[in-house]
Design a protein around this ligand. Structure first.
Ligand SMILES: Cc1ncc(COP(=O)(O)O)c(C=O)c1O
Length: 289
């Protein structure tokens, strides 16, 4: 795993390690929020069973070199599981080109509803793995003492699915395709450059996450002020930011901070929104400092 993970890509592996006795190892980040690739290489060996990391960090925006990291893991025979929750809404993802074994995403990060997501897996793995839940729809034949299972993907889809959620997500995906992933990415990258410039022009503002390959989040703090206080004032001005650890406590611990203020940019964000953020931030600083 890496120090850059959302809790959802740490805690399940910790639980699994408690269960199996596996040893967990972490790739650290540097001051820019970039994974140390030399340490990653040095941690990989023939005892490495599984490597799990995100494609894009939700807290810092770092875009990880998934293809190269996957090739390195495969070279020692490890399975690669990628958390794509933040890459799917912001970029074009080709899981076959990346050659990952598993890739996960969430509908609610993609303009869709909560409670539904996806797990891609290579066919060979999905055929080998047993079902993780039993119930209706995942069976082939059921007798009183044993059952056989349905083919893919039904083997892993026990019970009544989240039909409404999937239809809602389908509508969101059609909309994303209409707008175009390249157009969304270009729009967000232009906003990221503009927003970075606006924020850095304000004295006392420090941006966390300055990777050369970065997606459109602005995670920052104001010197001497708690992020919650700034967030509360911005909220009162009608400016929506998130404050806190962003479910990435190890990153905050690495920087020695309680959390950050984070503006997440998306297809609907405009330059005017960033102007409002900068003006709001100046007002909040004047009140708090
Ligand atoms: C990078 C990343 N991974 C995982 C998650 C968790 O997604 P979910 O809550 O849908 O499991 C999120 C968002 O919460 C995220 O930003």
């Amino acid at each position: 795993m890496t120090q850059l993970e959302h809790h959802s890509n740490l805690v399940p592996w910790q639980m699994l390690a408690q269960h199996t006795g596996a040893t967990l190892r972490y790739v650290p980040i540097d001051g820019r929020g970039v994974l140390d690739q030399a340490v990653y290489q040095s941690l990989l060996n023939e005892r490495t069973k599984l490597v799990a990391f995100n494609h894009i960090s939700n807290a810092l925006g770092t875009i990880n070199p998934v293809k190269a990291m996957t090739a390195a893991a495969h070279a020692v025979g490890a399975v690669v599981v990628v958390d794509g929750a933040q890459a799917l809404p912001h970029s074009h993802v080709d899981v076959q080109d990346l050659d990952v074994d598993f890739y996960a995403g969430s509908a609610h990060k993609m303009y869709g509803p909560t409670g539904v997501g996806l797990l891609y897996g290579k066919t060979a793995w999905l055929e080998t793995l047993p079902p993780y839940q039993g119930g209706g729809e995942m069976i082939s034949e059921v007798a009183m003492d044993q059952s056989s299972y349905a083919g893919l993907p039904h083997k892993f889809e026990a019970g009544t699915p989240n039909i409404a959620g999937v239809i809602g997500w389908g509508a969101a995906l059609s909309w994303m395709q209409q707008v175009g992933l390249e157009a969304i990415e270009a729009h967000e990258q232009a906003l990221l450059a503009y927003g970075t410039e606006r924020l850095l022009a304000i004295p006392g503002v420090k941006i966390y996450g300055v990777a050369p390959e970065k997606a459109a989040v602005l995670s920052f703090n104001v010197a001497g002020v708690h992020p919650y206080d700034v967030g509360t004032l911005l909220d009162q001005m009608g400016i929506a930011v998130r404050t806190g650890q962003h479910c990435t406590q190890p990153i905050m611990d690495c920087f020695g901070i309680p959390g950050t203020i984070r503006a997440s940019l998306a297809a609907y964000t405009s330059r005017e929104d960033l102007d409002a953020l900068a003006r709001g931030l100046e007002k909040a600083i004047a009140l708090l400092a």
